[in-house]
Design a protein around this ligand. Structure first.
Ligand code: GDP
Ligand code: MG
Length: 235
């Protein structure tokens, strides 16, 4: 459950990393967002996935080249009634995993709206990957790979198909987005020092030469305040 995840996360915050990147996982309900995340974090299929209420957190630290990247993953509810709630969590996201279900055309048709919301509310440099999940159900496919790939190219986002049931490709979208963000940082397109300036609200911490974050730095972060004071209302 989300609150245990939060506790685990709090102790993990002391772990050293080079960059903390906030990712949001968005898309219609039932597309497999929670299962995809579960597979990425736990390397197993999530049986009996319940509807996500509001937002749930998890995190995983990955190595990209010489860098340790902590991915802070915000799983959102796809239902319309949570829309205004989840939108408030888009703020400052560096990466977005936009999920549809390849066996459901209905989950594909509103992608433009999801992407527009994310672009409007997250970081202006938001890196997005479109994920066609449930690729294991190819016989029930309603959205062709070529059509989704074209949509992604037209909208300037990355694209891949995954299966959180079999585990096919489940790490790839997360690593792809993290790598793209890291490249942008290293090439100077993104300036991490601008965190919190309003121009670049990417919630992260650089650790180079400074060791792990100090407790008070962690505690005064926007996201931590949101977690402790706001989330329990929805749990
Ligand atoms: N066949 C198949 N079913 C999946 C896959 N991913 C999720 N599901 C199922 O789809 C349903 C919704 O999954 P969930 O992760 O809760 O969707 P969410 O609402 O987007 O978070 C559940 O019944 C899952 O078991 C997948 O890759 N393949
Ligand atoms: Mg969910």
């Amino acid at each position: 459950m989300a609150f245990n995840d939060y506790d685990a996360d709090a102790t993990e915050l002391l772990e050293a990393y080079d960059f903390l990147m906030k990712f949001i996982v968005i898309g219609e309900a039932g597309t497999g967002k929670s299962c995809l995340l579960h597979h990425f974090i736990h390397n197993s299929f999530k049986d009996h996935s319940q509807h996500t209420i509001g937002v749930e957190f998890s995190s995983r630290t990955v190595n990209l080249g010489e860098k340790r990247i902590k991915l802070q993953l915000w799983d959102t509810a796809g239902q319309e009634r949570f829309r205004s709630v989840t939108r408030s969590y888009y703020r400052g996201a560096a990466g977005a995993i936009l999920v549809y279900d390849i066996t459901s055309r209905a989950s594909f048709v509103n992608l433009s709206r999801w992407l527009a919301d994310a672009k409007a509310l997250a970081s202006p440099h938001l890196v997005t990957v479109l994920v066609g999940n449930k690729a294991d159900r190819d016989d029930e496919r309603e959205v062709e790979w070529a059509e989704a790939s074209k949509w992604a190219a037209d909208n300037d986002v990355h694209f891949m198909e995954t299966s959180s049931l079999t585990g096919d490709n489940v790490e790839a979208p997360f690593l792809l987005v993290a790598r793209a963000i890291l490249l942008a940082i290293e090439s100077g397109t993104l300036d991490p020092e601008k965190a919190g300036s309003g121009l670049w609200e990417f919630e992260w911490t650089t650790q180079e030469g400074n060791g792990p974050p100090k407790d008070e730095e962690v505690d005064t972060g926007d996201q931590v305040l949101l977690r402790s004071s706001w989330l329990p209302i929805f749990l």
